[in-house]
Design a protein around this ligand. Structure first.
Ligand SMILES: Cc1cc2nc3c(=O)[nH]c(=O)nc-3n(C[C@H](O)[C@H](O)[C@H](O)COP(=O)(O)O)c2cc1C
Length: 152
């Protein structure tokens, strides 16, 4: 079971400063107004290049103007990229859903998997699942379960 799903009922287990080895970071954010397909492509190109260099993997889902991203890998590189992502003006209202240490990667083969509503809908997935979108821990677990279900 994804670590995020195990955190039901609790607030964030840790921040990345207390993590050694492999870490993960899961967030939701809102795309800047008017963000176009070209900019989305730029983000992906840049992300995949840097993730490859730092040994990071993960999944980025974009739906109805919202980004959902799971990023995982060696914590030194992860911390740097998270700092970049948090100050990136191409999105706003970044909300950390979960972060912490990881025993094994969830997206081993993906420098950054990308999906959007045309491929799979997170909102439809939640509508059909038992996961709560109100309870923070359930919500984070649901987002990860959705991402893992499409990254096969
Ligand atoms: C939604 C979103 C997801 C991103 N994902 C990644 C990522 O997975 N890896 C990455 O290196 N950069 C990612 N970026 C780009 C970074 O924010 C940043 O622009 C890039 O890493 C260059 O870092 P710098 O601006 O500090 O030089 C993402 C940006 C956005 C808006």
């Amino acid at each position: 079971m994804p670590r995020a799903a195990e955190n039901c009922g609790r607030s964030l287990t840790s921040d990345l400063n207390s993590v050694e080895g492999l870490g993960f970071y899961l967030y939701r954010s809102t795309a800047r107004d008017g963000l176009g397909a070209d900019e989305l492509q730029d983000i992906l190109l840049e992300a995949r290049r840097r993730n490859q260099a730092l040994g990071l993997t993960g999944c980025l889902h974009y739906e109805d103007g919202l980004f959902f991203q799971w990023l995982e890998g060696p914590v030194e590189g992860l911390r740097d990229v998270v700092a970049s992502i948090e100050r990136d003006r191409r999105h706003v209202s970044l909300d950390v859903l979960d972060q912490g240490s990881l025993d094994h990667r969830r997206f081993q083969d993906w420098r950054m998997r990308f999906s959007d509503r045309d491929k799979a809908s997170l909102m439809d997935w939640f509508a059909k699942s038992d996961s709560s979108t109100v309870h923070r821990g359930d919500y984070a677990g649901g987002v990860v379960a959705f991402m893992m279900s499409i990254a096969v």
